[in-house]
Structures are given as C-alpha cells and as structure tokens.
Ligand binder design. Structure first.
Ligand code: ZN
Length: 245
C-alpha cells in the first residue's frame, strides 16, 4: 500500500451528504445546523476570493486560530488557503495556546495574516512579553472578532472583522469597505436592530429569518472592493454568535 493507492481507494468511498453538524447560540438559545460538503465547497470558493484580495498566495504564512467547534466557519478559509498555496500555521482558540500564536507570529518567515482571532487568544497574547503590540503589531492583516477590536485598537492594531454570524460568516474585505456576508448563500436583514439570516442557496440546513443574536444594520450596494454582497455593520462590540465551546 502506498499513499497513492490509499488516496485512490479513499476516492472510491461514497462521500456522505453531510460534512457535519454545528452549533451556535443566538441570545440564550442554542441552534444546531447541518452543513453539506457542497456547502463547504461553495463557502471555500467565496473565501478564496476574499483571501486572494488580501494578497494571500503561494508560500504566504497565515496563522489560523480555530477549534473543532469553530470549524464550520474557519474550515472553508483553511481550504481556501490550501488552494492558494499558502502555509497554514494552526493554533487553538484557547488562552493557554496564545504562546503558539506568538511563536508563529514572531517566527520566520513572518506570517502575513492572523485569521480568526477571538477573545481568548487576544487576552493571552496581551499577557505575553510586550503585550499585543509586540506580539502581533507588525502583522499586516489581523482578522478578528468584533469583541476583540477595542483591545486590539488600544494596542495600536487596526483589525479587520472576521466573525461567525449565526450559521454564516461575516468577513471584512481588504478594502475595508464593509463586513461581507456571501449573498449567494444568505440574505441578511435587521429586524428591530437584530440581524436575521435566510438561506438563499440550496444549503443542507434552510433558515428563514433566523435570529443571530448579533445587533447591527445592513448596507446594500457595491463595496469599494467591487463586491455586491450585503454588508453588515455591527452595533456593539459583541457579534453575539458564540458557538458553544
Ligand atoms: Zn468589500
């Protein structure tokens, strides 16, 4: 048996319809949703375009902060990084694992992006020598949840937004024109200040005006980056979508 023969054998196994089942919390209610392999494939297509616009390409080093429960939101971006030929530096979204993020951030070659920074690792990095500024202040692109932005800004870092939004992912583009949600997959509306999601594409789990727990408003029109995706403007620093760690 070789790697090639193993790959060939695996390719003949019928793939299950579902990639996985995930969970997020909207307000006080936990919601579960199914994700198909086709969903992941289309999400990866969208992620690839966004990351390419950030200048991510072959041999770029990118730190990805995630966990298995966060994979529904981070996995398409990891697959996109692979497609682009980038090198993934994986770290866990736990405070104690901030040292691994620090090791990658201060290593060589220098990573050009940290993707998925959340409260735990942000706080952990702030505890290390020199704080956030010394740890990731030189990173060209910091993609982080809204709940971290004030802390990052206090360290002189100007982050981009990357956050779960219910079952969807909201990502700021390189042009800083807004925080995009893939309009080929989702419709977003703000009802009494809360963002609600409706599935547009044939996703494994259909939603019809599902509350996300996140507060904000919606902007339409063409972004500075050229995309016509809907853009969200979060009302508070808390995106409100915690996926149950
Ligand atoms: Zn944009």
């Amino acid at each position: 048996m070789t790697i090639a023969s193993t790959d060939a054998a695996v390719s003949r196994i019928q793939r299950p319809r579902l990639w996985g089942i995930a969970r997020y919390v909207a307000g006080t209610r936990a919601e579960h949703f199914e994700i198909s392999w086709d969903d992941i494939e289309r999400d990866t297509d969208w992620a690839t375009g966004l990351l390419a616009d950030y200048g991510i390409g072959a041999h770029r080093y990118v730190i990805v902060v995630s966990l298995t429960p966060l994979a529904p939101w981070s996995r398409p971006f990891e697959l996109a990084l692979r497609r682009l030929g980038a090198v993934i530096c994986p770290t866990d979204a736990y405070r104690f694992d901030a040292r691994r993020t620090s090791m990658f951030a201060r290593g060589r070659p220098s990573p050009t992006m940290v993707l998925g920074l959340e409260d735990e690792v942000t706080a952990g990095l702030d505890d290390l020598d020199g704080g956030l500024s010394a740890q990731i202040g030189a990173m060209p692109s910091v993609l982080a949840r809204p709940s971290t932005h004030a802390r990052l800004a206090a360290a002189g870092i100007d982050p981009y937004c990357f956050t779960p939004l219910g079952a969807a992912t909201a990502v700021e583009c390189h042009a800083r024109g807004g925080v995009h949600v893939n309009s080929a997959e989702w419709a977003v509306e703000s009802i009494d200040g809360e963002l609600h999601l409706t599935t547009v594409a044939d996703r494994a789990h259909r939603l019809d005006g599902a509350p996300t727990g996140a507060r904000g408003r919606v902007e339409q029109g063409t972004c500075a980056c050229g995309r016509t995706d809907v853009r969200v403007v979060f009302e508070t620093v808390d995106a409100g979508s915690e996926e149950g760690r």
